[in-house]
Design a protein around this ligand. Sequence first.
Ligand SMILES: CC(C)(COP(=O)(O)OP(=O)(O)OC[C@H]1O[C@@H](n2cnc3c(N)ncnc32)[C@H](O)[C@@H]1OP(=O)(O)O)[C@@H](O)C(=O)NCCC(=O)NCCS
Length: 178
Amino acid sequence: MSQVVLPEIYVERVVSEAVRELRHRVLWQHKESSEACVIDIDDAEHAIHLAAFTKNQFSWGIRLHGHPGTLVGACSLFDQHCMRVQVPWGPGDDLRLRVMGTLPEARGWGAGAALIARAVQEVQKQGRHALWCDARQVAYGFYERQGFAFLNDTYEIPDIGPHRTMALDLSSRPVSNL
Ligand SMILES: CC(C)(COP(=O)(O)OP(=O)(O)OC[C@H]1O[C@@H](n2cnc3c(N)ncnc32)[C@H](O)[C@@H]1OP(=O)(O)O)[C@@H](O)C(=O)NCCC(=O)NCCS
């Protein structure tokens, strides 16, 4: 039986403009354009935008000037503490994960997990102890698979739907640069 070989994924830090099309196609289809898919703190000093790329090119993927491959996923990290509920592992030591998504054509290729792994490195590099997010209902299983725990019950975010706050405890995880 032949084994399915998934495209190799790598993650790089990118500028905020680079993640807008992904946000529009995957997360904020209700907005009128990619240019509208901005967050007021996108260009704040501590904001970090990560993109997952494949080495191969795919016609449905997002092309980025200067990158030979295809952008298939992205997320952003912000220096924001969780106000909805206290993150139990070192309150005030948390970093917020937002606008996480991968293109439907590339789901299951490991891009989501690669983005979380890189986000974990960023949290640890900053000496923080938790990564948290407002998780969409459709993504609960994904975050659980990455080790996140639920911190509260369901709440509604207008235009998007049910969410729960989830967080990843990094207070005792050894630092890895792999
Ligand atoms: C959730 C999402 C980011 C997952 O991305 P992905 O690139 O498919 O994830 P990966 O391929 O890295 O999957 C990693 C693991 O999680 C599992 N997984 C992925 N999505 C899952 C889901 N919705 N429920 C349960 N498990 C899931 C995969 O099977 C895989 O398991 P494995 O470790 O046993 O192989 C993607 O489905 C997505 O963009 N969804 C729509 C946007 C969204 O809801 N984003 C989250 C906003 S809070």
